[in-house]
Design a protein around this ligand. Sequence first.
Ligand SMILES: Nc1nc2c(ncn2[C@@H]2O[C@H](COP(=O)(O)OP(=O)(O)O)[C@@H](O)[C@H]2O)c(=O)[nH]1
Ligand SMILES: [Mg+2]
Length: 221
Amino acid sequence: MSQRSYDHFFKVLLIGESSVGKSSIILRYTDNSFDENFVSTIGIDFKIKTLEIQGKTIKLQIWDTAGQERFHSVTYSFYRGAHAILLVYDITQARSFSSLATWLRNIEQYLYLFQHAENDTLKYIVGNKCDCTELRVVQKKEGEQIAEKFMAEFFETSAKMNTNIDSLFKNICYKILAKKQSEKSNKSEDLTGQNDQNSYSVDSLLMYTNSSINRMSSNCC
Ligand SMILES: Nc1nc2c(ncn2[C@@H]2O[C@H](COP(=O)(O)OP(=O)(O)O)[C@@H](O)[C@H]2O)c(=O)[nH]1
Ligand SMILES: [Mg+2]
């Protein structure tokens, strides 16, 4: 008879433009490896990592996009059941930051279709390649500001230098656990109304990223 070997199972997705380092972040976290020249699409759709938090065994299923991100054609089934979605950009590529708004639209549609008023999915904005200090075009503050507007957590990472990768995934686990715990206690308090703090306007974000991208381009060269 098989017995479940974990206490919690969390599904985590990485999305964002091509080449921002999504596969590299996953490979750094799950295999502690990094490839400078070429990161092939990981052969399977997801990787598994098991970790212990607060005496509980957590099984993380981390999903990568295998090229569909190029066409923004990530399907809704990919999003379904996600506990956390990581929107990754490259701090050296302004376009990867400006395109966050389009990804936010995708996520908003998903939340509407699958979760109705409820919002179970945690959002993270992740600025990767923070080792490339001289090539930086997106300032940390700009990442923090968009995360604040989007009610997302914010991290800067480097898959190459292994900066903040562990902390990022640990933070995700802690946040999901905390959310589950507060939902449990909310249920027992018989809440009738939905606490929809996560409502936000994607249009305002679109305007925000467009204006910050204009600012960045005007500072450039
Ligand atoms: N300098 C630097 N390069 C990175 C980092 N993460 C990924 N890369 C490089 O960026 C390129 C694209 O990475 P990849 O993981 O394939 O991006 P994906 O298309 O988003 O999955 C590869 O050449 C990686 O070696 C990082 O943190 N720092
Ligand atoms: Mg990839």
